[in-house]
Design a protein around this ligand. Structure first.
Ligand code: UT7
Length: 360
């Protein structure tokens, strides 16, 4: 399909840029212990560390243990975010899960997370918008807070893509990884600048997809559940889509690209990120990357990168931060917010994170 198809609907710009009485109060991440390096992959498929690093920027990725699932990893990331936010699970009004690799067709991982955390008051549901899932879940959460319906919402992106990757296909297995990231979003007194845009072109569904057990009747070949992708097509789409969505989100907030202090793009491929940043005119120090250590973790990629940007001291009060993503659907979108400081990580949560590989 020609790239000009990916223009999506005309973004409706507000005359007065939106502010939202909400802030991120806590950030969490979880990465499974097992690390698979490019050298490990050299033993599995015909590839090389040099090719993978050159074409994708990925050096290694984490892979879940047999007893880990999207929901168990989400619980660990969520605990860290809740500890930082000093929010008790019982104070949560809503949990939104974002995943393309759920524990099952149903229930939603959000329900399993709700149970795992003991967040008995919270409503729970999942969103599947592939790699734009976390962004879509975050924007949805923000609207519940904006409307005054809920005060505290947990948004968690979690993936075990290793279970839907064909480990004999060098075109895809080098790209993906497992992990989880979470944020606690809570109502705030002050209205913070905020905007988001989302697009979809279902005409490109066959360019990036994974079938499921309901895709076709009869006994399916388990291989049909693997991620399938037209890599070069997605590459071109991604760069154009992320540039477009970023420009629209900043424009919707009454700002320009020059006002972006930190871009946090979906971590799919370093070349896609670099090309997008170049088209936007953003220098590397204003663009967050960690794809080298985790590969593409789909719904988990932006909350993981956000958490690490905070750990690296790259987020300051008042910074304009843009999240931008693209994925199977095809879908793409961006979200702009103004950074409000989060509290320090309590020592107990730091220790738990160290034990579970969740960082400091
Ligand atoms: O969340 C969204 C998920 N998807 C993406 O973001 C994917 C976007 N696309 C990409 O990242 C890139 O297209 C890839 C990394 C998947 C592939 O890179 P490319 O530069 O587009 O390579 P290509 O597919 O055009 O293949 C070039 C060559 C081919 O060999 P021939 O036909 O030129 O002999 C491939 O067979 O590279 C070969 N190749 C590999 N060689 C070594 C493909 N994968 C590998 C590999 N190791 N792992």
């Amino acid at each position: 399909m020609h790239l000009s198809c990916y223009t999506g609907a005309q973004t409706k710009l507000l005359e007065t840029p939106l502010t939202i009485p909400a802030r991120i109060a806590g950030l969490g991440k979880y990465l499974p212990e097992r690390v698979v390096t490019n050298f490990d992959l050299e033993k599995m498929v015909e590839t090389s560390d040099a090719w993978i690093r050159d074409r994708t920027g990925v050096r290694e990725r984490h892979v879940a243990a047999d007893d880990e699932t999207a929901s168990t990893m989400a619980v660990l990331a969520a605990r860290q975010a809740l500890a930082q936010a000093e929010v008790d699970p019982m104070e949560l009004d809503l949990i939104i899960g974002a995943t393309t690799s759920p524990d099952g067709m149903f229930p939603a991982i959000a329900s399993l997370v709700q149970h795992g955390l003991g967040a008995r008051r919270a409503a729970a549901f999942d969103i599947n918008a592939a790699c734009v899932g976390f962004l879509t879940a975050f924007a949805t959460a923000s609207q519940f807070i904006l409307s005054g319906t809920y005060q505290r919402v947990l948004v968690v992106g979690s993936e075990v893509l290793s279970r839907i990757v064909d480990w004999s296909d060098r075109g895809t297995c080098v790209l993906f990884g497992d992990g989880a990231g979470a944020v606690v979003l809570e109502a705030a007194k002050r209205g913070e600048p905020f905007s988001f845009v989302f697009h979809s072109d279902g005409g490109g569904a066959d360019k990036l997809f994974a079938h499921g057990p309901c895709s076709q009747p009869g006994e399916a070949d388990p291989g049909c559940y693997f991620i399938q992708m037209d890599g070069p097509h997605i590459f071109k789409f991604a760069v154009q889509a992320m540039e477009q969505a970023t420009r629209e989100a900043v424009q919707a907030a009454g700002l320009t690209v020059d006002d972006i202090d930190l871009l946090i793009p979906h971590q799919a491929n370093l070349r896609i990120i670099d090309a997008t940043a170049k088209r936007l005119g953003l220098p590397p120090e204003r663009c967050m990357t960690n794809v080298d250590r985790y590969g593409n973790t789909s719904s988990a990629s932006i909350p993981l990168a956000l958490r690490e940007a905070w750990e690296q001291g790259r987020l300051h009060e008042g910074d304009r931060v843009v999240f931008v993503a693209f994925g199977g659907g095809l879908v793409w979108g961006a979200l702009l917010l103004e950074w409000a400081p989060v509290g320090p990580v309590p020592a107990a949560a730091r220790e738990a994170a160290r034990v579970t590989g969740g960082g400091s």
